[in-house]
Design a binder for this molecule. Structure first.
Ligand code: PLP
Length: 389
């Protein structure tokens, strides 16, 4: 195809969505596909949140809102962020977007260009690399190894920083591994970054409410010395089971906020107002449903890790957060893409191959346990049959 901007040939896609499309095709021809591929909670959005959106529509909130989002919502975020992190954010530094993904898009448009380097998790959320490649910047993989509980090593990260580094992307708890970065690594990083005052950090904290055992969330904004160069991404998709509402936010340092807002104005104008009213209720209303969901996720995680580790040729870490496990699975000489494909086409179970999250993901599968224990049991049985076959 001639005539397109040449960056268009660099942009990647998200295999979770192509696997979802293939699962839907299989369903159409009567196959009972169990979907452990897509990253969305399997619970309905809590009723009080749905009702707040209905009320907003009935009350006549049908027009554009301010491009950065309605003030009451940004104030609710400030309060929630303070309650969770003990850090006071100015509501004027918050940009409401259609899902957290837009924050990745805008941030990479702001920092990526040929000649720049961007350090990003490997394995990591697919959109990071796709967009880095699109901008022409160089993707510098930051290994998140199984033996390190899928966290990074701050010294290794700092050794990758040089004059060309413009941005570091962090994500904890992480997609695809569920790994949680320990506070001590973040402290070491923030200290080490004092030497590189021009480097910004995008901290993707979208799974920060889905944490298990004794893990606690440590927002990068806690580190005062980094505040002028940290962008935090968060949103409602995962915490409140609101993936389809398209609601997320970014907290930007003052010196770059206006650029992010201009990108928003030129792209989506503002987020639909009913979703924003729903977002206020989500943050201010009862959090009981969130706690219940996290408890159920934890039970499923315990079940799955335990069962997977009983199988030969499967090795699964206990993830500290999110709703994914990332087991190492081997069978003959098959790579992760072949294994995932086999499970979908022959056993009708959708998973995502680890290699689609970066070269360090080869040999692993991402299993989303946003599904019932009954279906997880079927998955374990199918995987066992496949491995022992
Ligand atoms: N960041 C991570 C790590 C994710 O896994 C996702 C969704 O899967 C997002 C951001 C974007 O979420 P949304 O755009 O639905 O708010």
């Amino acid at each position: 195809m001639d005539g397109l901007n040449k960056s268009m040939y660099e942009i990647g896609s998200d295999s979770a969505f192509s696997i979802l499309a293939r699962s839907q095709e299989l369903k159409k021809i009567g196959k009972n596909v169990i979907n452990l591929g897509i990253g969305q909670p399997d619970f309905p959005t809590p009723k009080n949140i749905v009702n707040a959106a209905i009320k907003a529509l009935k009350d006549g909130h049908h027009g554009y809102t301010s491009s950065n989002g309605i003030l009451e919502l940004r104030e609710a975020i400030t309060e929630d962020f303070f309650n969770r992190n003990n850090v006071k954010i100015d509501p004027n530094n918050i940009l409401i977007t259609p899902g957290g993904k837009s924050i990745i898009f805008y941030t990479l448009l702001m920092f990526g260009q040929p000649g720049s380097e961007i350090i990003s998790p490997d394995p990591g959320f697919i959109a990071y690399k796709s967009m880095i490649d699109y901008t022409g910047a160089t993707f510098i993989p930051l290994p998140h190894r199984m033996e390190n509980n899928f966290s990074f090593d701050a010294e290794e990260l700092l050794s990758l920083v040089n004059d060309k580094t413009k941005l570091i992307i962090l994500n904890s708890p992480a997609n695809p591994t569920g790994g949680v970065v320990p506070e001590k690594e973040l402290s070491k990083l923030s200290e080490g970054l004092l030497k590189y005052p021009k480097v910004f950090v995008l901290s993707d904290e979208i799974y920060s409410r889905i944490l298990f055992d004794n893990h606690r969330h440590h927002s990068l904004l806690k580190y005062k010395e980094l505040r002028e160069r940290v962008i935090v991404l968060d949103g409602w998709s995962k915490t409140y089971s609101m993936t389809g509402w398209r609601l997320g936010y970014g907290i930007f340092p003052r010196n770059i906020f206006d650029y992010a807002e201009k990108l928003a104005i030129n792209c989506h104008s503002c987020v639909n107002s009913a979703s924003q009213f729903a977002g206020i209720e989500a943050l201010k209303g009862s959090q009981k449903k969130v706690d219940e969901m996290v408890k159920i996720f934890q039970e499923r995680r315990n079940f799955l890790v335990n069962e997977l580790n009983k199988l030969k040729n499967v090795n699964c870490k206990v993830p500290g957060g999110a709703f994914y496990v990332f087991p190492k699975v081997s069978k003959d000489n098959m790579n992760s893409s072949e294994i995932s494909n086999y499970l979908l086409e022959k056993k009708f179970i959708a998973t995502v191959p680890g290699s689609s999250f970066g070269s360090n993901g080869e040999g692993f599968l991402r299993i989303s346990y946003a599904n019932t224990i009954e279906n997880l049991k079927i998955f374990v049985k199918c995987l066992k049959d496949f491995i022992y076959e």
